[in-house]
Design a protein around this ligand. Structure first.
Ligand code: ACO
Length: 322
C-alpha cells in the first residue's frame, strides 16, 4: 500500500495588516484585552475584490515550487474553505483552472477551522488506495467577509490567508495517521446561521455573519483537543515525549498552551503564529506549518502533530513524520 508524505508547503497572506490599535477605533476594545485573552496583535485582511481563490492560488504555487512538482502532475485538488468565491463551482475547480490543470478531481471540503485536517485525511486516503501520486491540499479563507465588524466579541479574532501542502505517494509513511470527528449537537455555539438554502428573505430574521459563544467554545475546544492528542498518540503507540513539534490551530494562545501542556511540550516546540495571523480558520494549520518549515524549525524526519477545532463542532489531527 502506498503512503503519503508532505513534499512541499506554501502559504500566502494578503498585504493589508490590521492592528489591534486600528480595531480600538472601530469597536469598543483595547489592544491589552485582545492580547491578554487571545495572544493576537495583528491580522491580515484581503483587498477589495481579492478572493479566497486568489489566496489559494498563491499558496498552492509556493507549495508546488517547494515540492518541485509541476501543476500538470497533480492528480487531486482539495480546498478546505468556509468562504468560497462562489456557491458553485467549488473553489477547488476555480483553483484547478487557475493552475492550468484539467481533468483531475477537484472539490471543496467544509469543516470550518478543522477543514484542512479533513482535507488532509481525505487526500491521504486517496493516496493509500492508489491512483493518486500527487495531491494538492489547500486551506484558504477570506474570513473577514463573514465577520460583523461591529461585533467586538468576534471581529477581533479572525484574519485572512491561505496555506497549502503537496502530498506525494511514497512507500515509507510520512503521514502516520489522521483523525477527524464531528458533533452537530453543538451547531449553535459557533455558526453563520444563514445559508443560501434558506433563501435571501431569511436574512431579515437571522444573521449572515458568524456568531460565537466564545467561552463555551473555549471550554469544548480544550477538552476535545486534549482527547484527540491521546487518541493520536495511542493510534501510533507513541508517548508524549516522542512528538518533536506541535502545529496547532491558531485560535487562541490559551487553547494552544493547554494542548501543549497535555503533550508535555514546552512552547519552544510549538509553532505559534496567532499573534500575527489571528485565526485564519481552515488556513491556520497549513500556514503555521509553512512558516516553521521555511524558517528551518521543522526538519525532515521530525514528528509533527497537527490539530484543529472548529464549527460543527468539528475537530481533527494528523501525526506526520515530516
Ligand atoms: N474587547 C473588550 N472586551 C470584550 C471583547 C473585546 N473584543 N469581547 C468581549 N469582551 C468582553 C465581554 O463582553 C465580557 O464582558 P462582561 O464580563 O462585561 O460581559 C468580557 O469581555 C469577557 O468575555 P468572555 O467571552 O467571557 O471572555 P473570554 O475570556 O472567554 O475570552 C474569547 C473570549 C477570546 C472569544 C475566548 O472565549 C475564546 O477564544 N474562545 C474560543 C474561540 C475559538 O477558539 N474559536 C475556534 C474556532 S473558530 C471557528 O471554528 C470558526
Amino acid at each position: 500500500m502506498m503512503r503519503s508524505r508532505i513534499a512541499g508547503t506554501g502559504g500566502y497572506l494578503p498585504d493589508r495588516v490590521l492592528t489591534n490599535a486600528e480595531l480600538e477605533e472601530m469597536v469598543s476594545t483595547t489592544d491589552d484585552w485582545i492580547r491578554e485573552r487571545t495572544g493576537i496583535r495583528e491580522r491580515r485582511i484581503v483587498a477589495p475584490g481579492q478572493t479566497t481563490c486568489d489566496l489559494a492560488t498563491a499558496a498552492a504555487q509556493a507549495a508546488l515550487e517547494m515540492a518541485s512538482v509541476a501543476a500538470a502532475d497533480i492528480d487531486l485538488i482539495i480546498v478546505a474553505t468556509t468562504t468560497p468565491d462562489r456557491v458553485y463551482p467549488s473553489t477547488a475547480c476555480l483553483l484547478q483552472e487557475r493552475l492550468g490543470v484539467h481533468g483531475c478531481p477537484a472539490f471543496d471540503v467544509q469543516a470550518v477551522c478543522t477543514g484542512f485536517m479533513y482535507a488532509l485525511a481525505i487526500a491521504d486516503r486517496f493516496i493509500r488506495t492508489g491512483g493518486v501520486r500527487y495531491a494538492l491540499v489547500v486551506g484558504a479563507e477570506t474570513y473577514s467577509r463573514i465577520l460583523d465588524w461591529n461585533d467586538r466579541t468576534t471581529c477581533v479574532l479572525f484574519g485572512d490567508g491561505a496555506g497549502a501542502v503537496v502530498l506525494e505517494a511514497v512507500t515509507e509513511p510520512g503521514i502516520l495517521s489522521t483523525h477527524i470527528h464531528a458533533d452537530g449537537r453543538y451547531k449553535e455555539l459557533l455558526t453563520v446561521p444563514w445559508g443560501i438554502g434558506q433563501g435571501y428573505d431569511r436574512l431579515r430574521e437571522v444573521s449572515g455573519f458568524m456568531t460565537m459563544q466564545g467561552a463555551e467554545v473555549f471550554r469544548h475546544a480544550v477538552r476535545m483537543l486534549g482527547a484527540i492528542v491521546d487518541e493520536t498518540l495511542a493510534a501510533n503507540g507513541m508517548q508524549r515525549g516522542e512528538v518533536d513539534w506541535l502545529v496547532p490551530h491558531q485560535a487562541n494562545i490559551r487553547i494552544i498552551e493547554a494542548t501543549a501542556k497535555k503533550l508535555h511540550l514546552g512552547l519552544d516546540r510549538v509553532v505559534v503564529t496567532v499573534a500575527y495571523h489571528g485565526n485564519t480558520s481552515a488556513a491556520s494549520v497549513p500556514l503555521a506549518l509553512d512558516v516553521a518549515v521555511r524558517d528551518g524549525r521543522i526538519q525532515r524526519g521530525d514528528v509533527v502533530l497537527l490539530e484543529a477545532f472548529g464549527g460543527g463542532f468539528t475537530w481533527g489531527s494528523a501525526l506526520v513524520r515530516f
